[in-house]
Write a protein that binds this ligand. Structure first.
Ligand code: SF4
Ligand code: SF4
Length: 479
């Protein structure tokens, strides 16, 4: 029997089918959401009120609003975020990026991962409890819908046990229709981050047959959302998400985790007795969305939702005892020590995370509206033509913006007697990339090589200040 089974024992039979079964595993070997017979036990968390609950509700509302508004926000006619995968064009805060900017994604991802490790080392799984999309959607939308249709925890448990009558069918149908509706909205909010809005509106007007691939994605995402938030729920955090599994490696004795103060709470006993402050009311257990008893110590199944803190604070308030029997606290303090803030791991995660964030910010802010690269053509590095030598290069120009762009490329330092196919000028359509062959022919350089400098201008006539300069080597046989 696990924590919520014990808390539920007045409401549940001794096993799923009402018969007695021998437990297959010892209780400590069973994860919180499994019954003693190995079947899934769906937690039915009770409602809770408190300071963390209020803070989470405000944060969830803001995050959901941002998600809903994101596809529609435009700055200078450009979407704030558009990940156009088929066109390999990614627009972030009006700047466009392509596959050539993959290093930016690398710095962003590694920097983000180290900063997340830093936050986890400081405050445990606060990311899971407050900002993870799984928590935001589940606790911010799906659970409130469930409560609306099926009532508070005790009613839900009773109704689940009772035979399904007409009102039960109506309630479940209403709830699942609402789940499907929200899943459809979520899926479309996600799809709109990958499909330009103009195309999305055309798609809506033309019907699913016009864009079967996009329609298919929206349908699959809707079904995944419905399955995940309607049924799978805490299982995603417990058995799928790798971040939770890393918790043991990221936290230490000085991390502030959600913890029960054993010294103050034990021995448990009824209110009014001379025992510890915990009155064994099990409120902290019945509000837990993963069904664990935090009084057993920090567990991988704790997603840091803080519901048990609010629940226990409510109880302490009623008993006129100090709040914080369950609170954010470090293991060292709970064992009577003094918390060390500075630890080597904080420094390592902090430095690596900051490096990644700074590199990504620099790369982001220095990103140009176009890309230009010059590379020697594959094959022979040079070709002798009489007394002259010919070098051939491939010039690659990419317009990363949503508008057409004029560009020209000129050679800044032609050697005496050198001929070249430069200057060249061209107009690139929105997000168009083009490759051109550029040839330099001239006397064999004395040292066997000499530097070439090419300037790229945002005009058709190599006028004004060059926007980018490219280097190339003009080579020939040593003399
Ligand atoms: S809510 Fe507080 S008092 Fe009640 S069982 Fe949990 S720790 Fe003990
Ligand atoms: S133990 Fe507390 S913080 Fe952890 S998941 Fe359960 S209710 Fe949330």
């Amino acid at each position: 029997m696990n924590a919520q089974d014990r808390a539920n024992k007045d409401l549940k039979p001794s096993s799923h089918d009402g018969k007695k079964h021998l437990p297959l595993l010892e209780p400590e070997e069973i994860i919180s959401s499994l019954g003693s017979d190995g079947r899934r036990r769906k937690p039915q968390p009770a409602d809770v009120k408190g300071r963390f609950h209020s803070a989470r509700r405000i944060l969830f509302s803001v995050l959901l609003l941002v998600l809903a508004a994101l596809p529609f926000i435009r700055v200078g006619g450009q979407p704030v975020l558009l990940l156009n995968v088929p066109a390999r064009q990614f627009t972030v805060l009006t700047k466009s990026f392509g596959p050539e900017d993959a290093f930016l994604a690398f710095f962003l991802l590694t920097g983000g991962a180290f900063l997340l490790a830093l936050v986890t080392s400081l405050w445990g799984r606060v990311f899971c409890g407050f900002t993870c999309p799984q928590t935001v959607f589940l606790d911010g939308i799906y659970r409130p819908i469930e409560r609306l249709f099926e009532g508070p925890r005790e009613q839900r448990i009773r109704r689940d046990k009772a035979p399904l009558g007409p009102s039960g069918i109506a309630r479940k149908t209403g709830k699942h229709l609402a789940f499907l509706l929200v899943s459809t909205w979520l899926a479309h909010s996600l799809v709109f981050l990958f499909v330009p809005m103009e195309r999305a509106w055309t798609m809506f007007a033309a019907g699913p047959a016009a864009e079967p691939a996009i329609f298919g994605w929206a349908l699959v995402l809707t079904l995944i959302g419905y399955f995940n938030f309607g049924y799978f729920r805490e299982q995603l955090c417990l058995v799928v998400c790798p971040y939770g599994r890393l918790q043991g490696a990221l936290v230490d004795d000085d991390t502030l985790v959600i913890a029960y103060d054993t010294t103050r709470g034990e021995p448990r006993g009824k209110a009014g007795s001379t025992k510890g402050d915990c009155v064994d009311c099990k409120r902290c257990v019945v509000v837990c969305p993963t069904g664990i008893d935090i009084r057993n110590g920090l567990q991988l199944d704790c997603v840091g939702c803080t519901a048990c803190i609010d629940a226990c604070d409510e109880v302490m308030d009623k008993l006129s005892r100090p709040k914080g029997l369950i609170r954010f606290e470090s293991d060292r303090v709970l064992r009577g020590g003094v918390r060390k803030f500075w630890r080597p791991r904080l420094l390592i995660y902090g430095v690596l995370g900051t490096l990644g964030a700074v590199a990504a910010t620099l790369a982001f802010s220095s990103s140009r509206d176009f890309e230009a690269h010059v590379l020697r053509q594959k094959g022979a590095p040079y070709v002798l033509e009489g007394d002259d030598v010919r070098n051939t290069f491939v010039l690659h120009l990419i317009n990363k913006q949503a508008e057409p762009r004029d560009l020209s490329v000129c050679l800044d330092n032609p050697a005496e007697g050198m001929t070249t196919t430069l200057p060249l000028s061209l107009s690139l359509a929105a997000r168009e990339g083009r490759e051109m062959i550029v040839v330099f022919k001239g006397p064999i350089p004395r040292e066997g090589h000499s530097g070439l400098q090419l300037s790229v201008y945002e005009s058709l006539d190599c006028q004004g200040k060059p926007s980018q300069q490219l280097k190339a080597e003009f080579i020939g046989p040593r003399q």
